[in-house]
Design a binder for this molecule. Structure first.
Ligand SMILES: [Zn+2]
Length: 381
């Protein structure tokens, strides 16, 4: 089992050395991208990870690139690994002819470059909350003990210039002991109600969400009202980043809380395979603010811990258009329609009906058999 610990570094002048290292990493990153592009233009071929790493090792020995030696060798290796990973994704996507196109890795501005990753070398944990990175010692807010074996340390900066340490650790697998609740449900994401379950449970959007959006819009307006390049604008940009960060943190906490609740309550949870591109087309960019995707990631962790399971239903399954009672496909259903009555006599709440369909479809394709009978009383309401 993998677990990641995140700690914030104390603010200190010394932190600028870490910023320098991340800047240097971005320089090397862009150098590698340029090589890839040039090589491809000339030969139509991709540089393998091995060749690239050998080449970088050679460059490091040259006078011209001696500044690169400041960065830990494994951190440099990691840069070419990241690029390779990006290319592999790109190639796989080309082959799959998927609907969503993935672009190959490309140049990145210095300020958009956020992190470096170290493996076993280049740092050492010292007593208390101290860590040595390279030749310098830093202190971090140690909110908990690190358990397991540390596989990587990622040093990451955010838009406010704060630096965070992410320790990715390998822990022995613990089989969760679960007392089954006997509850299974399908869930449907929505704009107004975050989640609607097939058994009628609803998870409303938290209040802070709307307040946050208002503050965000305010901060955004303040930025655009200031003159480009002015100090006031810089200040406003930082303020905006601060608001962003606060909202992101609140949302994450809330996601964790809800994910824990759900994974404790239900043995088996079914969701629709998220089609964020389609959702955005339908609902506008608000979708990304709600963080459905990150919620699913968190729920994945939580269910693994709680011993419950998640199942998904294909994204082309017409969950909203089917009558969950008789199976009639209501092709004329409009997006704005919140409730409708089927000719079979059953009236449906749009989201609840979708959640029930997701459960029926998910359960039958996960070998749980037909759960229609169990649900019958609920559906008939
Ligand atoms: Zn019907």
């Amino acid at each position: 089992m993998r677990r990641t610990y995140c700690f914030k570094l104390y603010k200190n002048k010394r932190n600028r050395h870490l910023h320098d290292q991340i800047d240097l990493a971005s320089q090397i990153y862009n150098h590698c991208i340029a090589l890839h592009k040039r090589y491809y233009r000339r030969s139509g071929k991709h540089i393998s990870l091995y060749t690239m790493q050998k080449h970088i090792a050679k460059l490091k020995k040259l006078q011209k690139y001696q500044s690169w030696r400041v960065l830990d060798a494994q951190a440099i290796q990691n840069i070419s690994e990241r690029i390779e990973h990006g290319y592999q994704l790109f190639f796989r996507n080309l082959k799959a002819e998927s609907r969503r196109r993935v672009a190959p890795p490309s140049f990145r501005k210095r300020i958009k470059y956020k992190s470096i990753t170290l493996k076993q070398t280049g740092y050492k944990l010292l007593y208390d909350n101290r860590i040595r990175i390279g030749k310098r010692t830093f202190r971090y807010f140690k909110s908990q003990e690190i358990e397991g074996r540390i596989k990587t340390l990622t040093i990451k900066r955010d838009a406010l210039g704060d630096i965070y340490l992410y320790f990715s650790c390998e822990l022995p697998d613990v089989q969760p002991t679960r007392i089954m609740t006997g509850k299974i449900a399908g869930f449907d994401f929505g704009l107004k109600t975050f989640l609607v379950a097939s058994d009628g449970k609803q998870i409303e959007m938290p209040l802070f969400y709307r307040q946050g959006q208002r503050k965000l819009a305010q901060a955004q307006r303040r930025v655009s009202s200031k003159k480009r390049g002015s100090n006031n604008r810089k200040k406003a940009v930082r303020q905006l980043a601060r608001v962003h960060k606060k909202i992101a943190n609140q949302r994450k906490d809330w996601h964790f809380k809800k994910a824990k609740e759900l994974s404790d309550e239900y043995d088996f949870l079914f969701f629709e395979d998220l089609n964020l591109v389609g959702m955005k087309a339908l609902w506008g960019r608000k979708v990304s603010d709600l963080g459905f995707w990150s919620f699913m990631q968190i729920l994945g962790h939580m269910t693994a811990k709680a011993g419950s399971r998640i199942g998904t239903v294909g994204r082309y399954f017409p969950s909203t258009k089917l009558c969950s009672s008789c199976g009639f496909l209501n092709d004329k259903l409009d997006l704005r329609v919140r409730s409708w009555a089927c000719d079979c006599g059953v009236s449906h709440d749009r989201d609840r009906n979708a959640a029930i369909n997701i459960l029926l479809e998910g359960a039958s394709s996960s070998g749980l058999g037909d759960v229609r009978r169990v649900l019958a009383p609920a559906v008939a309401v």
